[in-house]
Every structure is written in C-alpha cells, then in structure tokens.
Ligand binder design. Structure first.
Ligand SMILES: Nc1ncnc2c1ncn2[C@@H]1O[C@H](COP(=O)(O)OP(=O)(O)O)[C@@H](O)[C@H]1O
Ligand SMILES: [Mg+2]
Length: 266
C-alpha cells in the first residue's frame, strides 16, 4: 500500500439558491470521486484551474473539512474514520504551506516566537539552549540568517516570509507537506528560489509533498508525478516529463498551452 491512499473521495458543499418563495439547495461537488496514491518521499504536483477543487481536496486530506464520502489512508490508517482528538495528534505529521505567508503568519510574533510555538507542538518542553539550537537549525535549513530571529514578519520580503512559513511547517517534524499555491504570490525570480528550497528539503528530510498550483509550468521541474484536476475529478495522471511531452487529455493540453513561453534568446 502507498504512503497516502485516497479512495473515492467526495467533499460536497450545500449552497442555498433559488428565491425566498422557492428556495432550493444546490450541491457543490468540489471534490467528486478522487482516487490518488502517493509514495513516501514523492513530490506530487496537483494542477488545475482556479475553482476546480484543489484547496478543498487538500483541506479534506488535512481533515480540516470532513469528507462527504471516501477514505484517506495515511500510513495504513483511515484519517476520515478517526475521532477528532486523534486527528489533532496526527495533524502534526502533515503540515500545510499557503499562498500568502503574510496572512498566515502572526504579525505580532517574532520569528523566534512563531518557530518556538510550532516546535513546542512536537516538543512541549523545549526551552533555553535546546530551543535556541532548534530555531537556529530550522532557520538555516530554510535559508534564513538566524540573527534575524527577533524580527517581525513585516521586516522581511515576500520570499523570506515564505521561508519563515516553510520553517514553521517543518518545526513539528511532519512527514507530509501540502503546499497550496506556495509561490503564486511571488515574483518569478523568487519563485524558483522557493522551488529549489522545497526540492532540497525533500532530499535532505525525505519529505513527501503535495504541491498544488494552477500553473503547470511551476511543477515541471519539481514534481515527480503530476495529476490534473478538473471540476472535482482527476482527468490525467502521469510522470512529470511524460505528461509534458505527451499529454493525453484535452484539458491538460489547454493548461500546457497556457504556460508562458520563455522569451527567445538571440
Ligand atoms: N467552504 C465552502 N463552502 C461552499 N463552497 C465552497 C467552499 N469551499 C470551496 N467551495 C467551492 O468549491 C469549489 C472548489 O473550490 P476550491 O477547492 O477552493 O478550488 P481551487 O483551490 O482549485 O481554486 C468552488 O466552486 C468553490 O466555490
Ligand atoms: Mg485554492
């Protein structure tokens, strides 16, 4: 069995529609029968246009939303069947990185305080020299100068803030990282630095990763395997290079055509 096995997963939302006199309840099938498996140490790229259900799928895997149906088996254990108290403990093993690090970091907490809080989720008694050591190591791991640990998020650039958010996600020593559009708000030159950092972390820490993006170009050199999602379903799946060289699905071809071509060099 794969490290993470998602079977027939469905996450539906109810939405009120119609008129006051004739109300109807619509069902939004944000995730509509997804099957996926991920091997340990693999980086899976999850690609699809805005609104196709990528974030709902990741939030369901994280158990931030309970699925309508289906199973999410991590390490042989179905997360969808666990009681909330156990889910909270398991959640340390899988952490998320979001698009906007400024919104996800607490502006009133120094980097030290942010990382200390995240480290204590796994090591509740960490303090003093041991805590300092862990924070220094973590900052070095994500490419930040440990001398900046008493600074606040607004004192950093967008790329540095995403490094802080990545450090915070790594602090509880997770096994699976779900990164939801982690470079979409960054300048192109900064994007590749963050992608290289994620690649390095996979190699050094053996992380398993789901990397979500609406931009197929971003995952080409990062993901081992790519799945393409459309209207709540997986419509194509393949090794990254094969998918780029020989897409099988019309929608995948459309996504490929949307990647900006590199300017021709003279
Ligand atoms: N909490 C929610 N309540 C109702 N509808 C939602 C909720 N979250 C997402 N949706 C709907 O589910 C669909 C998929 O959204 P989302 O998972 O955010 O897509 P993506 O991340 O691919 O842009 C959209 O139609 C969205 O409006
Ligand atoms: Mg999203």
């Amino acid at each position: 069995m794969a490290y993470l096995e998602i079977r027939d997963l469905q996450t539906h939302f109810k939405k009120k529609a119609g008129t006051f006199l004739a109300p109807v309840t619509e069902t939004i099938r944000a995730v509509d029968g997804v099957n996926l498996s991920i091997e340990k140490g693999e980086i899976l790229g999850l690609v699809g246009e805005s609104g196709c259900g990528k974030s709902t799928l990741s939030r369901t895997v994280m158990q931030l939303i309970r699925p309508t149906a289906g199973s999410i088996v991590l390490n042989g254990e179905d997360l969808a069947k666990l009681p909330p108290s156990v889910v909270r403990k398991r959640r340390l093993d899988f952490q998320m990185i979001f698009q906007d690090p400024y919104a996800s970091l607490n502006p009133r907490m120094t980097i030290f305080a942010t990382l200390a809080e995240a480290i204590r989720q796994r090591h509740p008694d960490a303090k003093g020299a041991e805590l300092n050591e862990r924070i220094t190591t973590l900052m070095e791991t994500v490419g930040l100068d440990p001398r900046f640990q008493k600074k606040y998020p607004h004192e950093f650039s967008g790329g540095q803030r995403q490094r802080i958010a990545i450090g915070r996600a790594l602090a509880p020593e997770p096994k699976l990282i779900i990164a939801d559009e982690p470079v979409s708000a960054l300048d192109v030159s900064i994007q590749s630095q963050i992608l290289n950092l994620l690649k390095k972390l996979r190699a050094e820490l053996g992380l398993t990763m789901i990397f979500i993006t609406h931009d197929l170009g971003v995952v080409r050199y990062l993901a081992d395997r790519i799945v393409v999602m459309y209207k709540g379903k997986i419509v194509e799946e393949g090794e990254a290079e094969a998918l780029f060289d020989n897409p099988q699905n019309d929608y995948t071809r459309k996504l490929l055509a949307a990647i900006p071509k590199l300017a021709a060099t003279a």
